[in-house]
Design a protein around this ligand. Sequence first.
Ligand SMILES: Cc1cc2nc3c(=O)[nH]c(=O)nc-3n(C[C@H](O)[C@H](O)[C@H](O)COP(=O)(O)OP(=O)(O)OC[C@H]3O[C@@H](n4cnc5c(N)ncnc54)[C@H](O)[C@@H]3O)c2cc1C
Length: 414
Amino acid sequence: MPGEQIDSAFYSRLSIYASVTTSPGHALVVGAGIFGLATSLELRTRGWAVTLLDPGPLPHKSASSTDVSKMVRMDYGSDLFYHEFAEAALEGWDRWNADWPYPPYHETGLLVFSGEEIKPGSFEYESAQALQERGYEPEWLVLKPNQNRFPTWEEGQYSHGYLSPRAGWVESGFVVSHLLTLAQKVGVDLRIGTAQALAEEESQVTGVLLKESGENLAADTVVVCAGAWTPSLLPWLSDRMWSVGQPVVHLGTDQPEIHTGKPFPPWFADTSSSGWYGFPALPDGHVKIGCHGPGLTAHPDTRGAVAREHLETLRAFLEKAMPSLAKAPVLEQRVCMYCDTFDGDFLIDQDPNREGLIVAGGGSGHGFKFAPVIGGVVADVVEGRDNRWAKRFKWRDPPTQLATGVRYTINYRK
Ligand SMILES: Cc1cc2nc3c(=O)[nH]c(=O)nc-3n(C[C@H](O)[C@H](O)[C@H](O)COP(=O)(O)OP(=O)(O)OC[C@H]3O[C@@H](n4cnc5c(N)ncnc54)[C@H](O)[C@@H]3O)c2cc1C
């Protein structure tokens, strides 16, 4: 059975490590979202004893990673680093599709719309240009009246754009659950509990205290992968990363046929300025639409519900752009938490002031797609190995003006 292949692949890597080395040590990974799961699996297969801690139940319903769908794309404007990192991740998704009992990644392409001609310097133009220069052959679109190419979209609303071929979406909830199963199978010790905030003055971290019992969970290395909770767990990081709530709405369609297939892949609609993005209908008729806007800074435990004004703005957008959903019932709504860094890059590094502590987070609204490769990056950092990608995620100080409250606005480039 295909599902057993991946298990046996993990097992055989485990036994290779076991035969040539003694265990490199005991790692405590705090947080079982995609960063924590991928890290736990990779460290375990490298021979580490791994404890994975999360308050649960898992997948944790408030974690950013827990969702029905996430986009996978190489479209990163002119930022070739993320373009190539996503290219490596896509190879990983292909492998997981081939090896897992059920393929979680759907390569549908990504439809990037613009209300006007796309010009050099824009996110849209630079993304398509990067794809073209690297041989991915995006289809540049100029939409004329009566073309009926994308019939679900109101004619005339978007005149330009491109179709990105090496892109799609992934069933993120299934990925998290499956990685959890794999982690447990290869011997990651899953502990249900909540780490207390670490003390700022500690220069050496040798474990965490559990909120529930006060128990000390000791380890040689603590890897904090707590997503949007990271700045409350490690308060000295709050000048460089913070949690930001972003709305996600599921609308119900009684015409799933017009919200799926080639004419309706995942989409961006002037996203670099409007924030709107969305996915094809799921078999249960849910059509997910999100907004990658400025968001609202909030603690992940007190995020509240999607604001009424946001739902009204969504309806107004749909009236103009996608009338078939303008009056569709809201089946689900959720404020999902980004952990934004000041520059939109992840933070994956040893804390320079606290021996034994590694931070792996700052997903900044675009981390899930890297699931197949992120564990390797974090594990290399834990083991002090050179890693091409980790260089971009190194410890860095925010610009001084942030200290006075001027917040960097993240561009959709990242
Ligand atoms: C609305 C939205 C849409 C997104 N869309 C995309 C997309 O289309 N494509 C893409 O690539 N990325 C997307 N992202 C980003 C992506 O989801 C995140 O970057 C990624 O899931 C972050 O994973 P994580 O493991 O860092 O955090 P999380 O998934 O949030 O996991 C953190 C875990 O830490 C645990 N934890 C918290 N505090 C403690 C504690 N004290 N002790 C122990 N455990 C703790 C939590 O329970 C949780 O399970 C989106 C994010 C959001 C919010």
